[in-house]
Design a protein around this ligand. Structure first.
Ligand SMILES: *[C@@H]1O[C@H](CO)[C@@H](O)[C@H](O)[C@H]1NC(C)=O
Ligand SMILES: *[C@@H]1O[C@H](CO)[C@@H](O)[C@H](O)[C@H]1NC(C)=O
Ligand SMILES: *[C@@H]1O[C@H](CO)[C@@H](O)[C@H](O)[C@H]1NC(C)=O
Length: 301
């Protein structure tokens, strides 16, 4: 009982409009398949951000040491023609916990840059500020504006950004319009793998860009899904299963397993395989209770 109350309290306390949050499954879980985020990492450098520009538009898992995101998660609802903006926002709360709850333009933020990339880091670097949640798949003009935040970007080979990556985004959009939008909720996660180089000795240049989509039915199962991954150069990314992508990512992130979409969202056909390893609800609740205060991250529960 005390345990349940404690969990409840945590949920109540985390309400409100703060953007850097301690539990983005709770605050902006609508951007994750089945409400469950991809695998998290432990360490205080990882921050969970509900990307709001007055209202939430997508969720970003950000690495304040490497000053690039691990991934952004978003919904795709329709293809619209958005105008691209040229000024980029930053996330004031990453450098100052008392800052307001919305992304802001760099000039309006006094304390900035210790825990995130700034525009000058990219200047003359030869790398683009490559979007994770893309402008191209934005579901409204204000949503497109909201993608222009440096916490949603990582150094991307500019010929890749304007070449094969852009081609891939367009192919994925067409595929989703044709196969999924009418029937399913479409959830996408786009991420990067840290590399060995840094811009201005500050911002990590990713070795890989990856993305995956899940066409989710009413029972929270990904009925159609696909994963894509490519090195940070202008070559057509590999088109593989989400399972294949997850195996690849576990290797690259050097973790024992990595889930882009939670195992509970696997379609019925192979659900049996997962059931055996699922924990009973009470046990997961205890795990939640135990891990929540210790880490910003929670893997999954
Ligand atoms: C987007 O713009 C293109 C070219 O300007 C136009 O052909 C197309 O109909 C527009 N689509 C929508 C959904 O407005
Ligand atoms: C990826 O491969 C699948 C299966 O072969 C195919 O249906 C899909 O169109 C491909 N998508 C892209 C974007 O290449
Ligand atoms: C970007 O990728 C191309 C090949 O796709 C390569 O020739 C070029 O050197 C790369 N640029 C950088 C800055 O690494």
């Amino acid at each position: 009982m005390a345990l349940l109350l404690h969990v409840l309290m945590l949920f109540l306390l985390s309400g409100g409009s703060a953007r850097v949050v301690t539990d983005f499954e709770h605050e902006c879980g609508g951007f994750f398949a089945g409400g469950k985020s991809p695998t998290g990492f432990s360490g205080p450098q990882y921050k969970q951000i509900c990307q709001t520009l007055n209202i939430p538009y997508y969720a970003t898992y950000y690495d304040t040491d490497n000053k690039i995101p691990v991934y952004s998660a978003y919904r795709f609802e329709e293809k619209i023609n958005c105008t691209r903006k040229n000024n980029w926002y930053i996330e004031p709360q990453l450098d100052d916990e008392t800052a307001g709850p919305n992304m802001a333009s760099e000039g309006s933020v006094k304390k900035r840059g210790d825990h995130q990339a700034l525009n000058k880091d990219y200047k003359n670097s030869g790398y683009d500020r490559g979007h994770l949640a893309p402008v191209y798949l934005a579901r409204s003009q204000s949503c497109a504006h909201a993608t222009f935040t440096l916490t949603n970007a990582a150094p991307q080979n500019s010929s890749f950004n304007s070449g094969q990556w852009r081609v891939l985004e367009a192919q994925i959009a067409n595929e989703l319009v044709n196969q999924c939008l009418k029937t399913y909720t479409v959830l996408i996660v786009t991420g990067v793998v840290p590399g060995t180089e840094k811009l201005k000795n500050r911002v990590n240049v990713p070795s890989h860009f990856w993305t995956a989509y899940c066409c989710l039915d009413n029972n929270n199962k990904c009925q159609i899904s696909r994963g894509f991954i490519g090195e940070n150069k202008n070559i057509t990314p590999q088109n593989i299963t989400v399972k294949g992508l997850e195996t690849e990512l576990a290797k690259l992130y050097k973790v024992s397993s990595f889930e882009v979409f939670h195992s509970s969202t696997a379609p019925k056909l192979i659900e049996k395989n997962y059931r055996a390893v699922m924990k009973p609800p009470l046990l997961s609740l205890m795990l939640l209770h135990k891990t929540h205060p210790l880490t910003e991250v929670n893997g999954r529960y």
